[in-house]
Structure formats: C-alpha cells, structure tokens
Design a protein around this ligand. Sequence first.
Ligand SMILES: *[C@@H]1O[C@H](CO)[C@@H](O)[C@H](O)[C@H]1NC(C)=O
Ligand SMILES: *[C@@H]1O[C@H](CO)[C@@H](O)[C@H](O)[C@H]1NC(C)=O
Ligand SMILES: *[C@@H]1O[C@H](CO)[C@@H](O)[C@H](O)[C@H]1NC(C)=O
Length: 223
Amino acid sequence: MGAGPIGLITLLASRAFGAPRVVIVDVDDRRLSIAKNLGADEIIHVSTNIQDVDEEVIKIQNAMGSGIDVSFDCVGYNKTMTTALNATQSGGKVCLIGLALTEMTVPLTPSAAREVDVIGIFRYRNTWPLCIEFLKTGKIDVKPLITHRFRFSQEEVEQAFETSAGGGSAIKKANLSMRKDTSLKTAGGDDSCLELAVSARVSPFDEEAASTPLTEFRKACSC
Ligand SMILES: *[C@@H]1O[C@H](CO)[C@@H](O)[C@H](O)[C@H]1NC(C)=O
Ligand SMILES: *[C@@H]1O[C@H](CO)[C@@H](O)[C@H](O)[C@H]1NC(C)=O
Ligand SMILES: *[C@@H]1O[C@H](CO)[C@@H](O)[C@H](O)[C@H]1NC(C)=O
C-alpha cells in the first residue's frame, strides 16, 4: 500500500529479498508510474474511500494472481491497513511501516481468525548494517528516487520543503547538500557535504500534515 518514499523503498527491498511478484497501490498515478519504472509487476490506482476496499481487494488479488503472502502498509491509515489485512491470505503477514495514524479502525478480528500476523518495523540501529550492505553492493539502487537537488542555504532549504509539501506532483526525496561552513556542523572535512533526506508528509488522507516538515525542520535547527 502506497508508492511514496517508504512504499518505493519497500518495493526495492522486497526485490532484494527475492520477492517474485510485487503489486503496488496508490491514489496517485504519477507515483504509480514511478513504482512501475522501479520494477513493480502491477500497479493499481485506488481511492481514499473506505467503501471501495472490498472491490479493490479483489483487484489486488487478481493482479497478484496467487495468494498474497505478505502485505506492507506503507501509509498507515484506516483504509490502507484494512486493505492490507483483507487482501492478505490466511496465514500471511501484514507489516505496518507507514505510521500516519496513532489509532486505526480496522477489521482485526476476522484477520486474526485467518491467522494473519501483524508486525511492525522501525528504523532502529540494528536495521542499518543490512541497509548499508544493500546500498554498497548495489543490490538496491536508490538514486532513481532523487528527483531534485537543493543547496543548503536558507532559501533553497525552504524551497526544498515547499516543493516537497506541494502534494500531487511533489518530489519525495530531496538531496540537500550542506557544506561545513554553514552554521550547522558536519562530521567531515572542509569540502564534505552532508546529505539530508527530506521527506514530506504529503498525504491524500490528511491535507494539514503537508505543512509540518518545514515547521519541524525550523524547530530542529532553530532557523
Ligand atoms: C474485510 O474483511 C472482513 C472479513 O471478511 C469483512 O467483514 C469486511 O467487510 C471486509 N472489508 C472491510 C472494508 O472491512
Ligand atoms: C478511522 O476510522 C474511525 C472509525 O470509522 C474514524 O472515527 C476515524 O475518523 C478514521 N480516521 C481517519 C483518519 O479516517
Ligand atoms: C547529493 O548532492 C551532493 C552535492 O551536490 C553530491 O555530491 C552527491 O553525489 C549527491 N548525492 C546523490 C545520491 O545524488
């Protein structure tokens, strides 16, 4: 569920782990086409309307062509988690990666009755070595995910967040380069650049969240 940065990375990671067939769903055609270019076998345009779940689950299952062993909710809303739970075959697993809502209303009991396991994952330190290994060996190539480049000046950082929060055609990962001679410190030598990934919380389910990254960033660096 979801073809934002988390969904796209999950697609690449699934492949690196040998997933033979991957189906991606999203509400945005542009993101879906990026998913397709990154190697999704099938892409499915879905709505934000909870009423459409049953119909969409059938579409997803047909696109997969066989039972769905594992689903990843890379969004974290009632509808995406409901879709993941209902689409996954008995005995399968649903991994919740996108953590948009604190509380969700989902049909958990019928899924439990089918012994579908719900698991979580977060970016704790023990997840990094494998991640770095995948990047180093080229097993996962994240470069296609970088769509814009911004310098680390006040003006361009703001531009980066605004572009990112723009929704619709918005980029999802920006490469911000920061030199040591800026007010923020980097670990390397004088020429070193620190690369920051900026990800926007642009959600079709939650328009207000779109403005938060810049606000949070300003708080973090007091600028
Ligand atoms: C999900 O699956 C359960 C169990 O089959 C069903 O009761 C429910 O209507 C399905 N759809 C939604 C949107 O919960
Ligand atoms: C999730 O579902 C519950 C129950 O229908 C509803 O009260 C809540 O507003 C929903 N949350 C969102 C963000 O749609
Ligand atoms: C990010 O930008 C810096 C500075 O322009 C560049 O050195 C680096 O290679 C870029 N990283 C990627 C992954 O494009």
